[in-house]
Design a binder for this molecule. Sequence first.
Ligand code: CO
Length: 147
Amino acid sequence: MKLVISAAAMFLFSTASLAKTCEIKVEANDQMQYNVKEIVVEKGCTEVNLTLKATGKLPKSAMGHNIIISTDKDMPAIIADGIKAGLVKDYHVAGDARLVAATKLVGGGESVSTTFKTSALKSGENYVFFCSFPGHSGIMKGTVVIK
Ligand code: CO
């Protein structure tokens, strides 16, 4: 009995010591710009809590922003499908397997967060982040790197 308990305790301890949630914060403004060109995920992070803050004043219907993370290859199709989904769906298809992460759309003064597992980022792929609001991703995009 003692042995069983200590093995369970060791398992819990090792799981807790391996899990690490990292906080990443990005801002977007009314000039259709993020404040970063690169999102850096540290190697030790098992999970990322990603927060987007819209620092402008315009409503999301006019100058909405979100953050989508995907491979660079998947980006054009995700944007096309997002436009079909429309504003009410935050310009992305919830549950789309190509999405590593996707926040809801926010307007000026609003914030939104999402959490994703870093195991979704496969080595040998190039990952990008972008805003899927129609017409924004030409400027509102950057790279996601693991360091
Ligand atoms: Co935008």
